[in-house]
Design a binder for this molecule. Sequence first.
Ligand code: PMP
Length: 379
Amino acid sequence: MEKLLLIPGPSPVVPRILEVLARPTVSHVGSDMAADMRVMLENLKKIVFTSDGEPFVIAGAGTLAMEVALLNLAARNDRVLVLSQGYFGDRMGQICAGFAIAHDLLRSRWGSVVSPDELDAALTGTRYDIVVCTHVDTATGACAPVREYARRVREQDALFVVDGVCATGGIEERMDDWGIDVVLTAAQKCFGAPPGLAIDVFSPPAMAKRRSLLSVPAYYSDILRWLPVMKDPSRYFSTPSVNEHRSFAEATRMMLEEGMEARFARQTLFGRAIRSAWTALGFGLFTDADCRADTLSVVRYPDGVPDQGFRTSLAENGVVVAGGLGETAGRVFRMGHMGNLTAAQILFAFEAVEKTLSGLGYDFVSGASGRAIRSVLEP
Ligand code: PMP
């Protein structure tokens, strides 16, 4: 039986996008591929609201997009401030360490975010060239106040990088209006495309910074090697993942057909509906109430619901969720709800959840989750 994939990425891929993935492979420098690349790059600019940002889409995953951002911005004597609300912010710190980039890690408690005031205090004490944050940390479900961060970073003349792997295309990120210098992301989450692409959009100041660096400790990840290809996709630098790129182009078409504002609104509504369904079943949420992401939920197990037993039985009933990462392992599970998910899929998922909980002998009001979802989605 095909299972509904509600892990925090990859997200389910709809047939329209899978159909493009399955088309015969074309020449990576031919006209079909070039046409799709052009559409994809133009669409990407609309998705992150930039008119003159430079988009780069290369084969790889989100972690490569993180490296691309850091390696193309950090000069030898630069200092980077990494804001971390969890696992993936810490990874940014590890990438800095791996490339000997001087950095400080400003961490929040898991389930919360670094406050704009804490950012202010850090910026007052030290001169930073680059500030990096995670929009939504996929381990904790905490969504950072990116717009507020941007306002403060702008006052300091530092470059501002946002890891949008679990947010871009599902939660608003306005590069030009807010002053974001790099949005980095990946195909497999809010875009609803298959995994396999690293995406970075550089602002004009970020491009100027790269051009000011004589060399960077990168070859495949050097955006100046990719720039000619992004300007003219009939040129070659390194073979793109043709089918994956074309299916991603289709994913961006679908997003703009829905409309970004409508997509953000749907994402907000789905987040609310799913949180209220868990609450109706007596489950608590791990993430602080003031920073819960709408793209995934991190849910605490009540007494009597075992992690492995719950997830295994739920999968047998047709729905896959993920376990907790790091310090939360065994205590929470994570449910992704991004991309091209539908209300019907959410209702199906909670029917499976209720069936699973009944099987585990957990005491709850039958049908409570469906009613909670409908009261949000069909008020
Ligand atoms: N950043 C965030 C916020 C993520 O959620 C992830 C993946 N879960 C990554 C970075 C790394 O992406 P990938 O697994 O595609 O390398």
